[in-house]
Design a binder for this molecule. Structure first.
Ligand SMILES: Cc1cc2nc3c(=O)[nH]c(=O)nc-3n(C[C@H](O)[C@H](O)[C@H](O)COP(=O)(O)O)c2cc1C
Length: 381
């Protein structure tokens, strides 16, 4: 038995050394380089492909396979409703028929903050949320799933929706299936559909996150879906988070924000710097970037929206409306207004580190907490 052993059921399920998953983060944050780095470090990387065409997914998977022989996953957002808008941004903008008052709110905000209108979406930087979100509403999912079944990665993850319809075929091809949920009702449904594990993200999570705290959600879902294993996400940035997740009933962790602040991540230096500097009150959760609730750094855009008296539009219209502002905010150096997605755990990140160091430190610290700190701190007889 190796002294580095830290195995759970998740390690057996995915054939990995450590129960640490890189959360999928679109657009282009969980890319081949970051995915391979996490898989090589002993966890498992999950490619963010929610906004990618089938052809792009094939290329990204091939690139990842060149970088690592270890298992990796692919994540897409399964469509909930049929879609009618184009995947081309300008066509979608014309079709979306945005309400005048929302366009006025955005335009006045841009004028007041010297943010230019930029509609060239090829200028998107990794993590620019509205870009991925405007495509999420489209009927891409079925074609994406067919492609992923053909590629046969170790793991398929559905970010939204219910993957039950493809579980049997995935298993025939040796692919494990997991689904991300933010409330117990969805957990029960996907577990009944045969997923191999349920990923529960608590409200501390960056990006699209639910309203339920992980300390409530994880044990509740673990009991509800047993013997299906549960993976915990949201606010987990270190060994203490990993040890806590295991105590709550999870078999591993789904980690996003901590890996953005890594050397291998393609996010811009300003994105990582904001994460290093942010404190525990820096994030907010609202629908002003994508039409669904996201957790991101709070900035001038959130405040302007709050004061407007308007309600956000639904997905994908809200993402389409704000995209020219978010692209312009990057160009103007008004970075927070571009929508810096991150979890509340950002408060506990104080350096940009190599992925291997983040993983080994997490394992080492969790081991010390479980084997030394807790037995000292808790008297049991
Ligand atoms: C920049 C960013 C982009 C995200 N994009 C996706 C995505 O494409 N698919 C998905 O399943 N979840 C997405 N999420 C949510 C993450 O997968 C994960 O649930 C979350 O980051 C976990 O919380 P943490 O950031 O506190 O670790 C995103 C999160 C962030 C921060």
């Amino acid at each position: 038995m190796s002294g580095n052993l830290f195995r759970t059921k998740l390690c057996d399920l995915l054939d990995i050394d450590y129960p640490i998953m890189l959360a999928a983060m679109a657009p282009d944050v969980s890319d081949p380089a970051l995915v391979a780095a996490v898989s090589e470090a002993g966890g498992i990387g999950v490619l963010a492909c929610a906004d990618k065409s089938p052809e792009e997914i094939r290329d990204l998977a091939a690139e990842t396979r060149k970088l690592t022989g270890k298992p990796f996953g692919i994540d897409v957002a399964l469509p909930i409703k049929a879609d009618t808008l184009s995947l081309d941004f300008h066509e979608a903008l014309a079709q979306a028929d945005l309400p005048e008052e929302h366009v006025r709110l955005r335009d006045e905000f841009m004028a007041a903050n010297a943010i230019p209108y930029v509609d060239d979406i090829s200028k998107a930087t990794p993590g620019l949320s509205s870009i991925a979100a405007f495509k999420l509403g489209y009927e891409l999912g079925k074609r994406q799933v067919e492609t992923i079944l053909d590629i046969a990665p170790a793991l398929f993850v559905s970010a939204l929706g219910d993957p039950s319809f493809m579980v049997a075929e995935a298993h025939r091809r040796g692919i494990k299936v997991m689904s991300v949920v933010g409330r117990s009702k969805d957990a029960g449904r996907v577990a009944r559909g045969g997923v191999d594990a349920v990923i529960c993200t608590g409200t501390a999570a960056g990006g699209h996150s639910g309203a339920v705290d992980g300390t409530v959600l994880v044990p509740q879902v673990a009991e509800l879906v047993a013997p299906t294993p549960v993976v915990a996400g949201g606010g987990i940035v270190d060994g203490r988070g990993l040890a806590g997740a295991l105590a709550l009933g999870a078999v591993g962790v789904w980690v996003g924000t901590r890996f953005i602040a890594s050397q291998e991540c393609a996010a811009k230096p300003w994105y990582k710097q904001h994460l290093v500097e942010a404190d525990d009150m820096a994030t907010v959760r609202n629908r002003w970037y994508t039409g669904k609730t996201t957790r991101h750094l709070e900035g001038a855009w959130d405040k302007a929206c709050e004061q407007s008296g308007l309600e956000p539009l639904d997905m994908p219209a809200q993402g389409i409306c704000v995209t020219p502002m978010t692209l312009g905010a990057v160009e103007a150096g008004e970075y927070v207004s571009s929508g810096i997605y991150c979890g509340q755990g950002t408060a506990r990140i104080d350096a940009v580190l190599p992925v291997a160091e983040i993983v080994s430190q997490m394992i080492e610290d969790a081991r010390a907490i479980l084997t030394e700190e807790l037995p000292q701190r808790v008297q049991l007889n």
